[in-house]
Design a protein around this ligand. Structure first.
Ligand code: ATP
Ligand code: MG
Length: 292
């Protein structure tokens, strides 16, 4: 299977008929083991580095990668993997946690908007404004703490947020920021296995937080919120990828493939040197050669 086909399998660009249960967290496509994926993974890393160099030099497009998932789905590992081989100078990573007091003084898109990637850069959001239709939806008391005027919080609040997000992403796309969104689709069973490993293995203890267990108890509510989120915000210009996440090596391969495909779909090229610049370069070369 060609890698671009692999990426398309998990791409959702319209909410019509979207059902999360149609996507198997344990899917590994036509591949059976990490060893099978190894060379494709390596090629992806090399190709990403080449393309990122052009993206940076051209300084026109920006690329925003958004990662959303349940705890222990592997966001951190994926981000580490995506970053391998990338020039850190052209990459900006942000993690979004519970909003701070100053952040609560603004609308829900404010804090992430301040962290959008510059042109020529790849921006990575570890969680994002999508938390507003996930954790806030699952725990409505958070909404109450957001200082919104009461008259603006009606029964259509989630539809309104979906609409705001769609409009925001369309605006960004029209301004040259390419957005790709990843839902790392881990199963409840695999999450349990990973939590137990975090409890049992001393080097993994630091990763565990009691809050993770509390959120796990809301599993079904989260799944529903994710389904609605994807169904309402998957668009052609800002698609979601529902990436199987029970096998980390496969998750990495899919994300890497999407990254390469996306960069390849842009008209990336090193800036052309004009006549004046060429003369300047030639003159500089003459000086360098003629003098000690
Ligand atoms: P890790 O556990 O791997 O360090 P994480 O992303 O889970 O990474 P945590 O500090 O454990 O980081 O969790 C961040 C918490 O912040 C999550 O529970 C998330 O739902 C919450 N959060 C993020 N954005 C918002 C928001 N806008 N409103 C309320 N809570 C939010
Ligand atoms: Mg956590």
């Amino acid at each position: 299977m060609k890698t671009s086909k692999l990426a398309k399998t998990y791409r959702v660009e319209s909410g019509k008929h979207f059902r999360l249960k149609d996507f198997d967290p344990a899917d590994t496509g036509h591949l059976h083991s990490k060893e099978h994926a190894e060379s494709a993974l390596q090629q992806g890393i090399v190709r990403t580095a080449e393309l990122q160099d052009k993206l940076y030099a051209q300084d026109t497009w920006a690329l925003l990668l958004i990662f959303q998932a349940m705890d222990a789905a592997g966001k951190d590992g994926i981000i580490k993997h995506v970053m391998t081989g990338i020039n850190p100078q052209g990459c900006q990573v942000y993690s979004f946690k519970t909003p701070s007091e100053p952040e609560l003084q603004h609308d829900f898109l404010w804090r992430t908007t301040r962290s959008l990637p510059d042109r020529g850069h790849i921006g990575i959001f570890n969680r994002s404004y999508y938390e507003e239709v996930l954790v806030v939806r699952v725990h409505p008391e958070i909404l109450k703490s957001q200082k919104l005027p009461a008259s603006l919080v009606g029964k259509n609040i989630w539809e309104e947020r979906f609409e705001d997000i769609r409009c925001f992403e369309r605006h960004m796309a029209r301004s040259g920021t390419v957005i790709r969104k990843f839902f790392l689709n881990v199963s409840k069973k695999e999450q349990k296995r990973r939590f137990l490993a975090r409890l049992d293995e001393p080097e993994k203890n630091w990763k565990f937080s009691a809050a993770d267990i509390r959120e796990r108890q809301c599993w079904d509510d989260y799944q529903k919120a994710y389904e609605e989120m994807i169904g309402n915000t998957a668009t052609e210009q800002a698609p979601w990828y529902v990436v199987p996440a029970d096998n980390k090596w496969f998750t990495r391969l899919v994300v890497s493939t999407v990254l390469v495909d996306t960069l390849e779909s842009l008209d990336l090229a090193y800036p052309k040197v004009d006549e004046a610049k060429r003369k300047e370069l030639e003159a500089a070369k003459k000086i360098l050669i003629s003098k000690k």
